[in-house]
Design a binder for this molecule. Sequence first.
Ligand code: FES
Ligand code: MG
Length: 571
Amino acid sequence: MATKSLRSQEWFGRKGKDGFIYRAWMKNQGIPDYEFRGKPIIGICNTWSELTPCNGHFRELAESVKRGILEAGGYPVEFPVMSLGETLMKPTAMLFRNLASMDVEESIRANPIDGVVLLCGCDKTTPSLVMGACSVDLPALVVSGGPMLTGKYNGRDIGTSDVWRFSEDVRTGIMSEEELNLAEAGLCRSQGHCAVMGTASSMACMVESLGLTLPGNAAIPAADANRKVLAQLSGRRIVEMVNEDLKLSTVLTRQAFENSIKVNAAIGGSTNFVIHLLAIAGRIGVPLTIDDFDAFSRNIPLVANLQPSGKYFMEDLYYAGGLPAVMHAIGRYLHNDCITVNGRTVGENIAGRVSLNRNVISDLDQPFNEVSGVVVLKGNLCEAGGVLKPSAASVPLMQHTGKAVVFEDIEDYKRKIDDPDLDVDENSVLVLKHVGPKGYPGMPEVGNMGLPTKLLAKGITDMVRISDGRMSGTGFGTVVLHVSPEAADGGMIALVRDGDLIRLDVAGRRLDLLVDAAELEERKASQAYPTNPFTRGYAKLYVDHVEQAHLGTDFGFLKGGSGSEVSRDSH
Ligand code: FES
Ligand code: MG
C-alpha cells in the first residue's frame, strides 16, 4: 500500500457532499465502492484516434496496460487527449503540439490521478504528452505504440524514407503512377508508426534513453505480441512508482538529457528531436541549449544502421537487440548511474545487452559512420542557430559556396521548381523562406524540398538547401533546417536574394550570407516584417506566443510547471 497519502483521496476519500459527488457519478460505470478506498488511481492518457493511424491500435494497447495496473493493485482510468496525426493534419501537426500539451497538462492536474501512463506513437504525440506531464510532475511512464512491420514493394523492403525517393522518381518518369499506387499499398502493412528512424522512432528512443520507459520499449513492433507484454508490465510498474513516489523530475535530470542527445546521435535520429527535447527540458526546468546538441553528439559515431542514415528498419533493430543494445554499444559515453522508471539505473538496464546482429547494431570500433548527431551552425544567416544532420548529408556538399535560388514561400517554390527556365544548377543553394514557427505557421516539414526537375533529370541527387522550416525525420540530404530567427521574426534569411553567395562550412559550424554589411543594413531597413495575420483562435495564440526554433518552439507562458496541487473543489 501507499507510503504517502494518495492524491486521488483528496477526491474519493472525502466525506459528505464532496465525496458523494466525486464517487457517485463514477459509480455509473459499475465501479464497486472499494475501488475508491485507497487504491492508486492510474490515468491512461490515450492518443487513440482513427485520424492518427499510427495510434489506431491504442484502445487495444490500453487494455494491456489496464491489466497490469489491476494486477498490481491500482485502478485504471483511461482518458482521451487531443491526438496529432502527422499525415493528415493541415497545415502541419506541429502547429498543435503545444495545444495538445496543454490538454494533457490540464487533464492530468484537474483529475483524481496518482500516476499516469502516456500512450504515445506518431511523431508529435510523444513530445506533447511528455511536455504536458512534466508541467504536473506526477509519477509517469511512457508506453510507445511501436513501429510498423517493414514495408514491401516489388520484392524489396521499403519504409517512409522511400516516399521522398518515389516522389522524385515519379517526377523524372522512372516510376509510373500505377507503380506508385502499388508501393502505397505495401508501405503501411501493419499497425504502428513509421518503420524507419524517423521522428516517431526517434521520439520512442528519446523517451527510452531519458529513462521514461521500460527497457526495450522503442523497437518492439506494434504487431509483435511482446508490445502488449511491455504494456502490461508498464501498467504493473506505474503502480509501484506511485507507491515509491518516483516522479518525472527525479528521472529527468540534466544527465538524462545528455544521455538522450548521445543516443539520438548513435541512431542517426531525427532533427526534430532537437526541438522536442528543448521543449521538454523547458517544462521540467533543466537548463539545456541548442549548443548542447552539437557538444554532446560530437564524439558519438553512428552505431545503428537504420534508414534514413543507413539501410535497415525498426523491425531489424528489434531483432538485433533494440535500443538497450545501442546504448550498450556506446555505454562508455553514457551517464550509467541515471535512474530510470523501472527503479534501476541505465547501467543496470543495459548490462550484457550486446548486439545480436552486427549489420544492424555495431560498436565504437566499427561504426557505420564516424559522424552522426546534429551539427549546430551559427553565422549571419542563422544568428541563433540552424541545424544539419551530417549522417544524412553528402560529404562534398558540407563545405560549399553557391549562389542562392530564393523561394519567398512554399507556394513560390511549387510554382517555380518544375520550370525549365529556373536559373539553377547543381552548385546553387536553394533557400526557402517563411516556413518557420510564426511564418507558416507551425514550422512544417518541407525543408528537404525536392530538387528542380531539370537537375533530377541530369541525375543530381543532392543540393544544399536552407530554410527556417523542419524536415521529416525520414528525410535526407544536405539540408540546413530550423534557421533562427526565422524570416517572419526578423531573421536574416528574409533578406537573401537570388544570386547572393552563401557559404556552408559544416566543419567550422558556420552558415553565412556573403553580402557586405552595409548592403544588408539597407535591405533590412526596407524589409517589411509581417505582423500576426490571425485575429482569433488558436492560430492567433500560437503566432503571438511561439518561441523560436532554437528554444524549442514552446509557448513562453508554458515554460516550467505548476505542480499537481489543486486546492479548490468543483462544487
Ligand atoms: Fe505517424 Fe510517421 S506518420 S509516425
Ligand atoms: Mg514527421
